[in-house]
Design a binder for this molecule. Sequence first.
Ligand code: BT5
Length: 273
Amino acid sequence: METLQRLDAASPDQCRLTLKPKTIPADAWRVPLRLLKYKTLESTNTTAYQLGERGSPEWTVVVADRQTKGRGRNKNKWESVKGGLWFSILLRPRISSAKLSILQFLAANATRQALEDETRLKIQLKWPNDLVTNRGKLGGILVESKTTVDKVAFAVIGIGINLNQKQDALPKGAVSLLRETRTRYERLRLLRAIVHTTATKLDDLDKPSSIMKEWWRNCIHRPFHVQITCHNETVSGITRSIDEEGTLLLETDDHKVRRISEGTLRLLDDQSG
Ligand code: BT5
């Protein structure tokens, strides 16, 4: 805990915004997890990353009621008002940095399964990092890491799920579990379910093909007509498969095969294929 207070003191903004973290006893959990709860943080990923740099053990989990600078990929903003589940898991996986991309897919599988088990709502995955229902985006995953040469010093899995927000508190195109199921959910119960499912699935980290098979089985655009935008280029076609690194194989409208490793995907209305 001392480490964290020094961390807050080093950052005046955080110091002003952050209440002292509240720790939940580790024996309440099945993994040796240390849960740090905050009222407000800029981003749980930032705090978990700083803790990683200061040597905190893996399974340190940072959760905040709200984030003032929640973020997604690139410089995307992540809306994080009170009512959602915003948290980050610090891990120290013994994998080469080349294998890091698989963590995002593993976390998406674990989150999807845990949420579906807890809520009975059908949840699917959208490349590369979204959790969706038929009506919109329910959540997203952001993995950040520190690597040295080819080794991973630590990785932070950031998970954001819209939980108990009403529709008018959600950004355009988003849905919440409350909106989808008309039920309110207990945040820590879902957090615990997701952390435990992640811990179980981590045993398979050295089996990327089974991780990607599970991901593809639950993918909403398998095989759908989609549009992908990356670096000012937009390409459309049918998503045919995904490889062990998470690269998407797209059969373009002019029948070429493109391997796409980053971008933003949109489902097109004219589903053919
Ligand atoms: C993501 O990024 O989907 C990853 C989001 C990860 C958020 C978690 S919360 C805990 C941890 N701490 C952080 O600071 N981040 C992580 P991306 O694929 O780039 O999608 C971002 C886009 O989703 C935005 O540009 C909006 O269009 C949309 N969006 C923003 N907030 C949303 C929300 N609450 N629900 C649904 N969509 C949202």
